[in-house]
Design a protein around this ligand. Sequence first.
Ligand SMILES: C[S@@+](CC[C@H](N)C(=O)[O-])C[C@H]1O[C@@H](n2cnc3c(N)ncnc32)[C@H](O)[C@@H]1O
Length: 217
Amino acid sequence: MPRRFVTERRRDPYYRAAQREGLRSRAAFKLTFVDDRFRLLRPGARVLDLGAAPGGWSMVARQRVGPRGLVVAVDPRTIEPMDGVRVVRGRVGDPSLPERLGSPEFDVVVSDMSPRISGAYATDHARSVGLVRDAFRLARVVLARRGAFVAKVFDGDMVVDLEHELEPSFVRVRRTKPTASREPSSEIYIVGLGFRPGRGVVLPTGRETGAPPAPAI
Ligand SMILES: C[S@@+](CC[C@H](N)C(=O)[O-])C[C@H]1O[C@@H](n2cnc3c(N)ncnc32)[C@H](O)[C@@H]1O
C-alpha cells in the first residue's frame, strides 16, 4: 500500500471513527448520513445491499432494521459472515441473481457499487452510471411498492439523464452527498423514494461507453 495513502488514511477522521466503532468500512458513515436524512431503514424493513463488501453498509442496515428486518448483501468479493445478514456471492447483472436472493421483495435497495477505476474520468463516470442502471434494473424486479432506492454514482454530465430515467418510477428522486465522501471525490448518491412499479424504462447498460461493462474490482 503506498505510504502517502496510509498516512492520509490515518489522518482521516471517518477511517479512525470506523476503526474505533468496529465498523467494516468508513463507507458505513455514508449510509448513516443518507438514512438520517431520508429515514429509509425502518425497524422490520427488508434491505438489499448491492456491492456490499466488506460489509460496512450491511452492518448499519442490520442495526437499524433490527431483528425483525432482513438484510441481504451481494458482492462478487468475499464478505466475512455477519450476524443477521445473508450474504450472496454474485454480481449484479447476472440474470440468475434474483432467484438467489431468498426474498421476493425488498423495501429498500441500496447500491454502493464502484467500477474498477481506470483514471480516465469520462470512462469511470460512464461505468458508474452503467452500474446504477444494473442496480435499478434489478430493483425494478425486487422492490416493493413505495420502496426506496439509493445508488452511488460518480457525478458528471450523464447524471441528469440518469435521474430522468428514474423519475417516472418514483414519487421523488433526490441527490445527496454525504459528509464522509472525500472532498475531492465526485461521488454522489441518488435517492428514489416511493417506488411505482411498472413505470418508466431503464436503458441498456453498455450504452454509456459503447463497450461491455467493466469487470468489478
Ligand atoms: C466501495 S465498495 C462497497 C463498500 C461497502 N458499501 C461497505 O460499506 O463496506 C464497492 C463494491 O462494489 C462491488 N461491485 C462492483 N461491481 C459489482 C457488481 N456488478 N455486482 C456486485 N458488486 C459489485 C465491488 O466488488 C466492491 O466490493
